[in-house]
Design a protein around this ligand. Structure first.
Ligand SMILES: Cc1cc2nc3c(=O)[nH]c(=O)nc-3n(C[C@H](O)[C@H](O)[C@H](O)COP(=O)(O)OP(=O)(O)OC[C@H]3O[C@@H](n4cnc5c(N)ncnc54)[C@H](O)[C@@H]3O)c2cc1C
Length: 482
């Protein structure tokens, strides 16, 4: 008699390069693909609203892809352990396969699930689908984790970043009719009032969308990635982050595709630019390495001195203005509105808005991280924690605290024609490029010609950038020697 194996999908929502699925197929099992909905088990970081909206569509896409191969996705509600035990009994499964996750709450949950399933006589097998190297596999010579990116990345490269993707399954065995589940719609992941409508002009969740996004990046952008990756006004990056977060594509597939592309094409500088891209995948690895070794860091600074940082108590509505894209600083407002409308923000702009919040406005980085968590479609505990702690100056390999971004200069440098601001802050679209990043400094005649009335159509800055820079530096000085 055939063995039956459950393949427990989590954030590995793809069929290609899915080692858990490949192992089940290779073991000759009749495969029952299952997704268990149990967001409360991720507390205190249960997925935010934008992530839920993405997941809704990604699960539908996975079910459709499975159906094309003769199978389907069984969706059950948690608690996870109960759901898996019940389904295994109903299906007569002897094996359960899954790919590992690395967030502290999920590591603890998975350990418990694994122990209980094994105690119940089931064979469990887990694999790595999400990373080039396991976070514990790359350490310093003395066994300690890395806190600086460059030596970490060199060690990763020595350990190898070219493992081949797992084989893609062909036709799958049908899932018996008797194994019922709930419809994805009933999980209430999609927002009831459709505020996510604008997202789907920009995104196609699911494995096919991920492959198409990668193909477009290789065709259009990788050859100039090193330079263009800093420009929010053009499509200079891959926009693969939500696909990577949900495991609709994996880093091994990216590296393999990059290697193929550079072998087949000869554009000047392609190799250097492609390596710059692979290095960014390295930052994602570093983020996971840090979260694994320092699991307290989503809430607490890695640099413990910052636990006593004198943040501002009375913020006078500054956080709300930042969230709504009404700070009066155009590149910041453009970023916050891009985030609200598309669920994503360009990396350069993430750094600029995070610097303004934590340094000029002296709002704790955790508040910004929480807002991103709820609004980003790529919200990822490892990368979000790294990004916020890096910008705030309290994380691993962090920007020094005194590196306070000047958002006007950043805007002028990375959005030189003002196209990014014009797109997301249309009330400033009539301003000439040289004034668009600091409308408060524009002559009255220029404002009038552009139809901009400050404090009417668009706010004046929420803070004085120079004065708040000096204030932040003084507060930082109070930590020194602590
Ligand atoms: C304050 C702040 C918060 C952030 N929060 C997140 C988050 O929640 N989720 C997230 O995926 N990224 C986060 N990032 C990192 C980065 O901004 C995004 O990964 C990137 O903008 C995604 O766009 P892309 O796919 O076009 O990137 P590309 O430039 O095409 O890079 C390819 C991939 O490399 C990885 N990557 C690139 N830069 C970084 C980085 N600095 N740190 C970690 N991984 C990186 C991503 O997986 C990305 O998809 C954050 C950065 C900052 C400064």
């Amino acid at each position: 008699m055939d063995t039956v194996g459950l393949v427990w999908f989590r954030r590995d929502l793809r069929l290609a390069d899915n080692p858990a699925l490949a192992a089940a197929v290779a073991g000759g099992a009749r495969v029952v693909p299952v997704y268990v909905h149990a967001p409360e088990e991720e507390a205190p970081w249960r997925p935010g609203a934008a992530s839920d909206a993405w997941l809704h569509r990604s699960l539908q896409a996975l079910d459709a892809a499975l159906r094309e191969r003769g199978s389907r996705l069984v969706v059950r509600r948690g608690p996870t352990l109960d759901a898996l035990r019940t389904l295994a009994a109903e299906a007569g499964a002897t094996h359960i396969y899954w790919n590992r996750l690395y967030e502290p709450a999920l590591v603890a949950r998975d350990r418990g699930v694994k122990a209980a399933l094994r105690a119940a006589g089931l064979v469990t097998q887990s694999a790595n689908a999400a990373l080039l190297n396991e976070p514990w596999a790359v350490t310093r010579d003395d066994g300690a984790p890395y806190r600086v990116f460059t030596p970490f990345w060199k060690a990763c490269q020595r350990a190898g970043v070219d493992a081949p993707p797992a084989p893609e399954p062909g036709r799958l065995t049908p899932v018996p009719e008797s194994l019922g589940g709930v419809a994805v719609d009933t999980l209430r992941l999609a927002p009831p009032i459709g505020w996510d409508r604008g997202f789907w002009d920009a995104w196609q969740p699911g494995e096919a969308g991920a492959s198409a996004t990668l193909a477009q990046f290789l065709d259009d952008a990788v050859a100039h990635y090193g330079e263009d990756r800093n420009r929010p006004d053009i499509t200079g990056t891959s926009r693969l982050s939500p696909h990577l977060h949900f495991g609709e594509i994996g880093p091994r597939q990216l590296v393999a595709a990059i290697r193929r592309h550079t072998a087949e094409h000869t554009a000047a500088g392609l190799l250097t630019n492609a390596e710059a891209f692979v290095r960014e995948i390295g930052w994602r690895e570093f983020a996971h390495h840090l979260l694994w070794h320092f699991p307290h860091t989503p809430d607490a600074p890695l640099d413990e001195r910052f636990a006593r940082f004198p943040w501002l108590d009375d913020r006078g509505g500054a956080l709300e203005r930042w969230q709504r894209g009404r700070t009066g600083i155009p590149i910041v407002d453009a970023g916050m509105r891009e985030l609200w409308h598309t669920g994503w923000m360009h990396n350069r702009v993430r750094m600029i808005v995070a610097s303004l919040l934590t340094k000029n406005l002296l709002v704790p980085w955790q508040e910004g991280a929480r807002w991103f968590w709820d609004t980003l479609v790529d919200a990822d505990l490892a990368s979000n924690t790294l990004g916020w702690q890096w910008t705030a100056g309290c994380g691993a390999d962090a920007a020094p605290y005194f590196r306070i971004f000047n958002p006007v200069l950043q805007g002028q440098r990375f959005d030189p024609a003002g196209g990014y601001v014009a797109r997301w802050v249309p009330e400033l679209a009539g301003l000439p490029a040289r004034h668009v990043h600091a409308p408060w400094e524009a002559p009255a005649s220029v404002l009038a010609a552009a139809g901009v009335r400050l404090d009417h159509d668009y706010p004046t800055p929420v803070v004085d950038l120079q004065a708040t820079r000096a204030r932040a530096l003084a507060r930082y000085a109070s930590l020194k020697g602590a």
